[in-house]
Every structure is written in structure tokens, then in C-alpha cells.
Ligand binder design. Structure first.
Ligand code: UD1
Ligand code: CA
Length: 458
């Protein structure tokens, strides 16, 4: 099914008390507006997707420009004016056009699809998604005749007491006949309590033109929850967290306590993965089969293969292949790449480095700008000294080499294959294949020295 969509994202959201416009606030790492864009894209085949931006658009445009055509509403004169700012973009467009609020991240593709289907079945000028919230205060009310026929929407501030008692409300989601919509918008006035151009007036205009109008009640009022305050932001986060976690659990992922696992909407998780408490999987993270993540782990835009153990680990833009182990307390920074069976152990930081197959960095190390071969062992406390205060330099360590504990590898430096480096060495020159390298002061021994020293202090 085909349709177009307009996403309203021009509002300031003053009740958020924030520097950021509200649609730029994030839930599980993704901006509110992205949830709405994704739902629209999954619902129908989009002929056209337009985002209306205004307030704080320097923050909003970067979030929408890859997926949407961007239209600027210079002055926020009401929802009808916001939609009308897309008139040019919609010249010559016909069929269904869905209007969505960028601050309602819980809307589902299913509901959007139903709105479009209903409009196509009935040839309605507009189908409004209505809802019955616990507290209708503040919403536009759905006015019906005694026979139940949908007549108009009346805003809270324009309601008579009798109208204010209506419980069915406008969710702010609609599907319009595109050609009719842009004609009708020309007829909307500001003759109301707020002096704004109300999109909701289009319903009455349609009826006067003898067109069908429909209000379809949402199955779940939660879907229409708008985020206007930080309290609602937390409510929406909770609902999305549960929804996303349930989807993964039903697909074969174990969670000890799903209330303590936060997964972004784009994350992919294979079957038989186990997620322990206080785990965050964000961005485009992917987790392979039989891997265990957590507790206390945060993986952002990171790939983890199958059968890994990721314990108390923070990883950003890292790649970890099958059978690896990380943590407890590992920090994998961008372009850290662990090949199959590698290990980044306790208090280990790895940045822009490849750790070869089966190679181990088990304890207290920093590895940056380095390439380690296969089967390398890096002793506890070893550090690549990759930075001279101006530039970053590279370190390489060949296959099967053994680097003793507390070695400083002063880059640029190349250590060959099958090398042994004595503990406590400062390695400043390249080491040839098969050699033992020692770069430390020789041990000195003075027999009986302690007693002599103690006697001298008496
Ligand atoms: C609107 C509806 C109301 C409905 C409610 C649901 C109208 C007149 N009223 O009311 O019936 O119950 O949503 O949440 O439409 N926006 C712009 N430009 C503007 C004005 C608004 O882009 O000039 C955007 C806002 O950022 C927001 C959306 O449109 O995303 C809704 O606007 P808002 O002012 O919040 O409308 P409500 O008064 O809540
Ligand atoms: Ca609103």
C-alpha cells in the first residue's frame, strides 16, 4: 500500500524546560522523531515523506534530513499552517497522506496502516485516529451526533462544558485525501480561542463539502501518548522499553530482569543470547547467538559475534568476532577489533587496534593504534605509548609473541613473530623475529645491606 506522510516537528516544547526542541530528545539512544519516521516507513510504501521543522531546527534537521524532505515553518501559527507549509512539496501529489506528530514516539506501523486502509475503503476526506485517554483535559474532543456520526473536533479551549465532558479525543494522527487536504487548508481561519490555524477544522470543511469523515478509535491509547514533559518522556521510555524487550524475548532472547535492559529500536539480537541486568544495547549494535552480555554493560554501534562473554564492558563502534571474551571492566573504543577467540580482560582499554585470533590482553592494559598477530599474549600492565603529545604512532606485534608484564611499547615500534619481551621492558626499537628483548636496568644486589642501614639509623 502506498501513501505519503508529513511529520510535524516544528514545536518548541516549552514544557520540556530544555535547550533542545522536544522531538530531539532521545529514548534508548534514538530521537523521538526517529520512532515516528520508522513507524511510517514500516506501515506503508512511502511516495513522499516530509518533516516540518521550525523551532531549534539546527538540532532537528540533522536528525531528519537523511530520511525526509525538510520543510521549514518559519512561524508556528498552528497545526493547519504547519501542514500548509508542505503545500508546494505536495503539488501534484494525490492519494493518502498521513499526518503524524513528531513528539508521539509510541505510534505503531500497524495503526498507521489501519488509518490508510480505512481511508481507502471509505474514500473519506479524512480519517482521524481517536482515543479515550484516562484524562482528556487538553485534547481536542471528538464531537459525534446522537447516532454516533463523527461531526467535528473541538479544542479544549473552545469547548462548552458539555463538550468538555466528551471522553473521546483527537490523537493528532490523521490520514487525509491529499488533494482535498491542501484545498481545504486554504479555508481554515484563526477564528478560535487561541487565534491559531487548526488542522482539526478540516473535518468540518470536509463535511460541508459533502465528503465522508471518519474517526477510528485507537486500540491502545498509549500509542498516542505525546511527550510534552520529562515525566511523559520517562513514561514513553518505559513503554517502548517493554515493547522492544518483549519482541526480543519472544524471538528467543533471555533477560534476567527486562526492566533493567535497555535496547534501541535498531539493535539486532540472535537467538539464545542472554542479557543480564543493567545492560544497554544502543544504535546499530548486533549480538550473535549464545553470547552473554552484562551485567553492567553498554554497547553502542558495536558488533559482537556468537558465543562471546561480554561482562561489565563498555564498547563503542567496536567489532568482536565469535568466541571472544571481554571484561569484567573492559573498554573498547572505536575501531577496536577482536578477531575470533581473542580476549580483552579486566581494566583493559583498546582503541583503533586489531587483536589477532586467540590473542589475549588479560589485565590492566592500554592498547591503542596497534596490530597484534595471532596467539599473542600481552602481560598485565602493558601499555602502547602511542601518543607523543602531537601525533599518534603505531605498534605491531607479530604472531605468537609474548610480551612480559608491564612493558611499555613506545610507538612507532614493530615487534616481530615469536618474540619474547622481558617483564618491565621499555621497548623503543624494533625487535626481530624469534628474539628475546629486554629493555630495563640490570638488577643489583648488595649483601647484608638492610641490617647495615637499620644500624646506621639508630
Ligand atoms: C493538537 C490537536 C488536538 C489533539 C492534540 C493531540 C489541533 C488544533 N489540535 O493539539 O485536537 O487532541 O494535538 O496531541 O491540531 N506544530 C507545528 N507547528 C505549529 C503548531 C504545532 O509543527 O504551528 C506541531 C507541534 O510541534 C506538535 C503538533 O504539531 O508536534 C501538535 O501541535 P500542538 O500545538 O501540540 O497541538 P495541541 O494543542 O496539542
Ligand atoms: Ca501537543
Amino acid at each position: 500500500m502506498k501513501a505519503s506522510a508529513i511529520i510535524l516537528a516544528a514545536g518548541a516544547g516549552t514544557r520540556m524546560k530544555s535547550k533542545l526542541p522536544k522531538v530531539a530528545h532521545r529514548i534508548m539512544g534514538e530521537p523521538l522523531v526517529s520512532y515516528v519516521i520508522d513507524a511510517a516507513g514500516q506501515a506503508v510504501e512511502l511516495d513522499k515523506l516530509v518533516a516540518v521543522v521550525g523551532h531549534g531546527r539546527e538540532h532537528v534537521v540533522p536528525l531528519v534530513q537523511d530520511t525526509c524532505e525538510v520543510v521549514v515553518q518559519e512561524e508556528q501559527r498552528g497545526t493547519a499552517d504547519a501542514v500548509n507549509s508542505c503545500a508546494e512539496a505536495f503539488a501534484g501529489v494525490s492519494g493518502s497522506v498521513v499526518v503524524l506528530s513528531g513528539d508521539c514516539p509510541l505510534i505503531t506501523a500497524d495503526t498507521i496502516r489501519k488509518l490508510v486502509e480505512r481511508r481507502e475503503e471509505t474514500s473519506a476526506a479524512v480519517v482521524v485516529l481517536s482515543m479515550i485517554p484516562d484524562d482528556p483535559f487538553g485534547y481536542g474532543r471528538i464531537v459525534r451526533t446522537t447516532a454516533g456520526e463523527f461531526q467535528r473536533i473541538i479544542e479544549q479551549k473552545d469547548c462548552t462544558p458539555a463538550q468538555a465532558a466528551i471522553t473521546e479525543c483527537n490523537s493528532g494522527f490523521y490520514c487525509f485525501d491529499a488533494e482535498f487536504l491542501f484545498q481545504a487548508l486554504g479555508e481554515v481561519s484563526t477564528d478560535n480561542a487561541q487565534g491559531e490555524y487548526y488542522l482539526t477544522d478540516v473535518v468540518e470543511i470536509a463535511r460541508h463539502a459533502g465528503r465522508v469523515v471518519e474517526a477510528m478509535v485507537a486500540d491502545d491509547a498509549d500509542e498516542c501518548l505525546g511527550v510534552n514533559t520529562r515525566v511523559q518522556l520517562a513514561q514513553a521510555t518505559k513503554i517502548l522499553q517493554r515493547r522492544i524487550n518483549e519482541r526480543h524475548m519472544l524471538a528467543g532472547v533471555t533477560m534476567t530482569d527486562p526492566d533493567q535492559v535497555w535496547i534501541g529500536p535498531k539493535v539486532k539480537i540472535a537467538q539464545d543470547v542472554e542479557l543480564l541486568p543493567q545492560t544497554f544495547l544502543l544504535g546499530t549494535t548486533e549480538i550473535g547467538e549464545d553470547t552473554v552480555v552484562g551485567p553492567n554493560s553498554r554497547l553502542t554501534d558495536t558488533y559482537i559475534g556468537a558465543n562471546c562473554t561480554i561482562d561489565e564492558t563498555v564498547a563503542i563502534e567496536a567489532v568482536v568476532e565469535d568466541d571472544c571474551s571481554c571484561g569484567p571492566r573492559a573498554y573498547l573504543r572505536p575501531a577496536a577489533h577482536l578477531l575470533r577467540g581473542a580476549k580483552a580482560g579486566t581494566h583493559v582499554e583498546i582503541k583503533k587496534s586489531t587483536i589477532g585470533e586467540g590473542s589475549k590482553v588479560p589485565h590492566l592494559s592500554y592498547v591503542g593504534d596497534a596490530t597484534l598477530g595471532t596467539g599473542v599474549n600481552i602481560g598485565a600492565g602493558t601499555i602502547t605509548c602511542n601518543y607523543d603529545g602531537f601525533k599518534k604512532w603505531k605498534t605491531t606485534v607479530g604472531d605468537r609473541s609474548f610480551v612480559g608484564s608491564s612493558t611499555m611499547l613506545v610507538a612507532p615500534v614493530n615487534v616481530g613473530d615469536d618474540v619474547t619481551i622481558g617483564a618491565g621492558s621499555v621497548i623503543t626499537a624494533d625487535v626481530s623475529d624469534g628474539a628475546l628483548a629486554l629493555g630495563r636496568g640490570r638488577q643489583v644486589e648488595k649483601p647484608g645491606w638492610t641490617q647495615k642501614f637499620r644500624d646506621s639509623q639508630k
